[in-house]
Design a protein around this ligand. Sequence first.
Ligand SMILES: [Zn+2]
Length: 417
Amino acid sequence: MKDQRIVIPRSLQNQVLKLAHDPHLGMSSMKRRLRLKVWWTRMDQMVEDFVHSCSECILVSEPNTAPITRSIMPDGPWKKIAIDYTEVVSGQHLLVVTDYFSRYVETILIQSMTAKNTVMKLREVFARFGYPHQIVCDNGQPFSSEEFSLFCKSNGINLNHTVPYAPFQNGLVERQNRTLLKTIRISVSMGRDWKTDLLDYLHAYRSTPHAVTNYTPSELMFGWNIRDRIPGTTRNVDIEKAIDNDKLAKEKGRKYADTKRRATSCNIDVGDLVLVKNVIRKNKLTPTFNTQEHEVIKREGTRLHLKNLETGVLSNRHVNHAKKTACRNPLKTQGSISEDKSNFGIPYLDSFQNNNNGTYIHNNVFIFTDEGKNEDALSVTPKRVNEESFPENRRQKRRPAYLADYQLNQIELINNK
Ligand SMILES: [Zn+2]
């Protein structure tokens, strides 16, 4: 006993943790529940590790918040542009074209969002400003069509699709669309002609210094500011200064956003097994993550290339939409559990559950028999962790000297799992 609390030996700690976690109690409740009755060294840490690795809790856990990665400003106008569709009035869409360097915006009203129409309208824009080097767009139908891809390829334009379901990745376009929609909404609600108001907005926007670059979009796009109703003189445009301003503002914004979002670096790596976020939620009870496991086959910054272990389907997801369940490499297991196995004995014995679809959910310690590096992920079978795996556990167990005065009661633990 320790202060009226029962000291739990290593061999029973995992079972006590399981009892305390039932029915998926949170970390603090679990700690309070345990502290009331039992004690062992590093109990709190083990509670944290236990909850972090409970596969069922992972399903409904909060998504990751990886630090923001800001795009680097191109070194000149119309080199990298973003295109996007936004619905303005029912059935009518605006094709919004934004230049990453100058923040210059073009909007084109489109009745039908087909690939053919999109290409036609972009031809008009490119006839004015020339072909950009790079286009960033989402995975919407017109942009992922063969026709659009061919159009870009034949004109030497690099086509970059954003990660599906991660519009926050393209903040420039998101903000632009929000402001445009605000203008149009006000106009419609006041019973005015929204197309005229939109043109007035664009005129004002293009001739107003941008909050980030400190230059007007037309200054950076054409080298001079377009004339509006406020009298003024022309000034010289310093491109280097604009780039510096952009860098400083982005860094400041990144720091602020990361602190506010409590962003933490994400340790998802190639070979890890992850669950993918249910981006379309049927109702409030839909778990945050889908039960199907995916293997990370490549990571590019915040973009994960995934392979569905059940269907073999390949997909791309933002790192914030994935939650790690296990490492493929047994030496890289999650948390400190495996690293500390010599300290705790083997804390988690019944850690593997077959989830009825041929794959394994690994509650706590993840160890695979990794016979060949190129083997199909499905054929990887988890090896049950047992005391034979670690020779040091064959030693005869003796009560440590400091426990000599304690009365160790035999308690019967009911395993609910
Ligand atoms: Zn749980």
